[in-house]
Write a protein of this length. Structure first.
Length: 84
């Protein structure tokens, strides 16, 4: 499965991830990324410095959200990426 590096994220008012951006795919809504992950079309990851964090789905189908490492201090956390 091809992998896509994420370098920025858009956050909603409640802090939820609403979109991702990266050099190989541009800008995608969270719904588009969720569809890719669910179908196995692409996998997504964040790499800052020498550490890499995979992005995966959490929640019931239809209510899924994108998550990465839960370390709030890590730059590999989707919430800590620059806004897109």
């Amino acid at each position: 499965m091809p992998r896509r590096r994420v370098t920025a994220s858009r956050k909603g008012k409640a802090g939820e991830i609403t979109a991702l951006a990266g050099p190989s795919f541009g800008f995608l809504s969270a719904a588009e990324v969720i569809q890719d992950l669910r179908e196995g079309t692409y996998s997504y990851y964040v790499r800052e410095a020498s550490y890499e964090s995979s992005i995966w789905l959490s929640g019931e189908e239809g209510e899924e959200v994108l998550i990465s490492t839960r370390d709030v201090l890590s730059r590999n956390n989707l919430e800590n990426l620059p806004n897109c």
